[in-house]
Design a binder for this molecule. Structure first.
Ligand SMILES: [Zn+2]
Length: 298
């Protein structure tokens, strides 16, 4: 896997030039990069060059550009001291919502204003983008409102949620979005495409049915050495995922029964050992691991 293939922008840029656009994305990662990438992606969607990035020259790009030295208009979740949402530059098809300057959350009124704008302003040509930055600051009521747009996405519209921590979002919201993970810092390496895909699937593991889990485990069938190597990588990714998920739940003050989590960690560890020391069957180890992950719900 090359470094460029690990870069989230690379995947998004390819999707833009092929116009293979999902109706919803979840960009997650710390620092400014996820929001900056959401802005670039939204501008790329509006750009008439359809070249995988905003060309900077066409009419749409000029409209979506922020003037030199201009600060974006500050939003206000109550709508009293500023607008609830804004356009990117003054492009009518690019909408942006984020937490108001003095606010403790992204308010439901802002989500409703966004939905209202999406209903009113059908684009005459091209794509529309709606970015919800600071999505970890959406409360449950606002997320439920947003869910309606995710369930019935408007045509040729892409909704991009940007969050530092996806664990704060409802599983029903997360599962409807294409996940795009950003490395924690420039020094960290972003997950490979295979790892990114595993991480996306892990988000749904607690809701998966037994046949789905068994199907998934079957992917680790085949030449033993290769299957064992692949499963070892998967077990590492799954342990790190479970660890991060548990930390996020604790930080968010969620009450959880620790025993299924501890059991899952122990099972992942046993599977790793089984592969390395006992020549265990990878498919059977994958079944055990996936069922343990499924049972570690919460
Ligand atoms: Zn352009």
């Amino acid at each position: 896997m090359t470094d460029t293939a690990r870069d989230p922008w690379n995947r998004l840029s390819r999707a833009l030039s092929a116009r293979r656009i999902h109706s919803a994305y979840l960009f997650s990662g710390t620092g400014p990069e996820p929001a900056e990438t959401a802005l670039r992606f939204a501008r790329g969607l509006a750009c008439s060059a359809e070249d995988g990035a905003p060309c900077g020259r066409c009419d749409a790009c000029r409209r979506s550009e922020l003037g030199d030295g201009d600060e974006p208009i500050p939003l206000d979740g109550t709508g009293k001291k500023g607008p609830l949402l804004r356009h990117v530059g003054d492009h009518p098809d690019l909408l942006w919502v984020e937490r108001g300057r003095d606010d403790t959350r992204v308010r439901i009124g802002q989500i409703r204003a966004l939905q209202h704008a999406l209903r009113l302003q059908a684009s005459e040509s091209g794509w529309r983008a709606a970015v919800v930055a600071d999505a970890e600051w959406l409360n449950q009521e606002a997320q439920n409102a947003l869910l309606r747009t995710l369930e019935e996405p408007p045509p040729r519209t892409s909704l991009i949620l940007v969050t530092q921590s996806p664990a704060g979002l409802l599983a029903t919201v997360r599962s409807r979005c294409q996940r795009v993970l950003f490395p924690r810092s420039r020094d960290d390496v972003a997950p490979s495409e295979e790892e990114a895909e595993w991480l996306e699937r892990l988000e749904g593991v607690t809701q998966a049915s037994l046949p789905e889990l068994l199907d998934w485990a079957e992917e680790f069938r085949g030449v033993r050495a290769q299957a064992a190597e692949s499963l070892t990588s998967f077990l590492q990714v799954a342990s790190a995922w479970l660890h991060r998920r548990t930390t996020e739940d604790v930080m968010a003050g969620r009450e959880l029964d620790p025993s299924p989590r501890l059991q899952a960690f122990a099972t992942l560890q046993q599977c790793r050992k089984g592969l390395a020391q006992r020549n265990a069957n990878p498919q059977m180890m994958a079944e055990r691991a996936l069922i343990a992950l499924h049972d570690a719900r919460g």
